[in-house]
Design a protein around this ligand. Structure first.
Ligand SMILES: Cc1ncc(COP(=O)(O)O)c(C=O)c1O
Length: 191
């Protein structure tokens, strides 16, 4: 029942960007308002992506595209996925966020699944991972990886074994730690 309602809502106009606005916006108006009020981090094409199904997305003007970016590799289960929508809605109706100051009923079991999934097929009882670390963004994940690597270097007992080697043209995110291993070309002074 819930799944049916959600899939109807997703394919109808119920979940439009317009839900946030007091009047319907045209594509150009939305582009203009975004450029005016959102801090610009990337140059974006003048389309407004509005809904999708699987690997296809559609803009406000009804043009369809094959989504080859997948949210920069974070929407691997596709757009308009009813199972995801139902899970999000069910959780939002219970408790929306507990921060990382409290346990909740999902994070532990998910970490357990992830850790156990790193076991080699011939050796199911010996995953190579020990624990999972959940973050909100790629930059934080890379930031954590840098810290883990540096800590491991310090704990190795060998002096100064905490430098990080980075490739030219690499990108790791916009936190200061991630930027510290990002070649500076093109970054504004002071960043
Ligand atoms: C290769 C790479 N690393 C890290 C990041 C940072 O991810 P996020 O934007 O989620 O912080 C990005 C995002 O553009 C990326 O493309």
């Amino acid at each position: 029942m819930l799944a049916k309602f959600l899939s109807k809502a997703i394919s109808s106009k119920c979940l439009l960007v317009r839900g946030y606005a007091s009047k319907p916006y045209t594509t150009q108006e939305l582009v203009d308002v975004s450029n005016r009020y959102l801090l610009g981090v990337y140059k974006k094409p003048n389309i407004i992506l509005h809904k999708g199904m699987g690997a296809l997305v559609e803009d406000l003007d009804g043009n369809s595209y094959l989504d080859l970016t997948a949210g920069i590799a974070v929407t691997s289960l596709g757009h308009g996925n009813t199972d995801i929508a139902v899970a999000l809605m069910e959780q939002a109706q219970k408790v929306i966020s507990t921060s990382n100051l409290f346990h909740n009923e999902n994070a532990g079991p998910l970490a357990e699944k992830l850790v156990n999934s790193t076991a080699y097929p011939g050796n199911p009882n010996e995953p190579w991972a020990y624990q999972a670390f959940f973050t909100n963004s790629g930059a934080e994940a890379n930031e954590a990886a840098l810290k883990f690597a540096r800590k491991t270097g310090f704990q190795s007992g060998q002096d100064n074994k905490y430098g990080i080697t980075a490739f030219q043209n690499a990108f790791h995110g916009r936190t200061l730690g991630a930027l510290s291993v990002t070649p500076k070309k093109g970054l504004p002074r002071g960043v």
